[in-house]
Write a protein that binds this ligand. Structure first.
Ligand code: PAF
Length: 291
């Protein structure tokens, strides 16, 4: 076993609540020559987060998991207030997965009175989810950039389930010359294909039963592409019907270029098929890459 990893299993996980203490801890770790892996989360940890933490544990000397439900990435009327929170449960899960530090800042720490600076990755943030959630990615890039400045990670880990978020963060890191390696890991799925998400908790029993249709739709796109169909309008139309048949309201179902997130007419390598839909009151997203 990695000697630093074994040390972290012996030591207790530290919970840090202030920016000052977090920065001090990271600076000290770096002086000792340790690499730092950061897994930013909004808590209510699930198997998707655990896969990110375990990978950070393998790759880096100090694993920091941040838990912060970031108000600036929720629009008016969205689920900021009811977003699931359970710190005790998260603490146990994070510790078992090999976390060294749980960084749990308050709103006052992150956005003190008079806070007025935001980061916006133009264009990419205005596509797909950015259409119905216009301030969402501005909030995400702002908090993630702040976390990078506070934790000073060597590597940071995000899930492909939030593909647009991952692409935007990579672009921000490149545009702002931030010295961190961004690693995207595969979407973790339930046995029936539903992408694991904290918001799955909102689904009623009936909604949970129909939710895997989003994954089935993506698989159907792949099947059609594999059998030689490349006309995206034709494929998306057929697949939309599959979702609509379950009385699910589609926000978008699109075939886009992986880098630019612009619509593509032909389905080919590096096309991202992305879907967002309302299952009852819950908005879920999923995607699949054509390889
Ligand atoms: O993916 C999430 O949980 C959040 O958007 C993130 C990256 C932790 C920023 O708040």
């Amino acid at each position: 076993m990695h000697c630093e990893a074994s040390a972290s299993l012996i030591n207790r996980m530290k919970v840090i609540k202030t920016i000052e203490q977090m920065q001090f801890f990271s600076q000290h770790g770096k002086k000792l020559g340790k690499t730092i892996g950061l897994v930013p989360t909004m808590g209510y940890l699930h198997s998707g987060h655990i896969s990110l933490i375990k990978r950070a544990r393998k790759d880096t000397g100090i694993v920091v998991v941040s838990i912060y439900v970031n108000p600036t990435q929720f629009g008016p009327g969205e689920d900021y207030k009811r977003y699931p929170r359970d710190l005790e449960r998260d603490r146990e899960l994070a510790k078992a997965a090999g976390t060294d530090v749980l960084f749990v800042p308050s709103n006052k720490e992150i956005y003190p009175d008079g806070y007025s600076t935001y980061i916006m990755v133009e264009e990419l943030s205005e596509k797909l989810c950015g259409i119905s959630r216009p301030i969402h990615f501005r909030g995400v890039t702002t908090i993630v950039a702040k976390l990078f400045n506070i934790v000073k990670p060597t590597r940071t880990y995000f899930g492909w389930k939030d593909a647009q978020q991952l692409i935007i963060i990579k672009k921000m890191v490149s545009d702002l010359n931030i010295d961190v390696k961004v690693i995207g890991l595969p979407t973790v799925r339930e046995k029936d294909g539903l992408a694991v998400s904290s918001r799955n908790k909102y689904l009623t029993k009936k909604e949970r039963e129909i939710a895997p249709v989003l994954y089935q739709a993506l698989v159907q796109v792949k099947r059609m592409v594999n059998s030689g169909e490349s006309n995206s309008a034709k494929v998306l139309k057929e697949v939309k019907n599959l979702i609509k048949a379950k009385k699910i309201k589609i926000d978008y179902l699109k075939a886009v270029n992986l880098m630019s997130l612009k619509d593509v007419k032909k389905l080919k390598k590096k096309t991202l098929i992305a879907v967002a839909a309302w299952i009852g009151k819950t908005r879920l997203i999923d995607n699949m890459l054509i390889k």
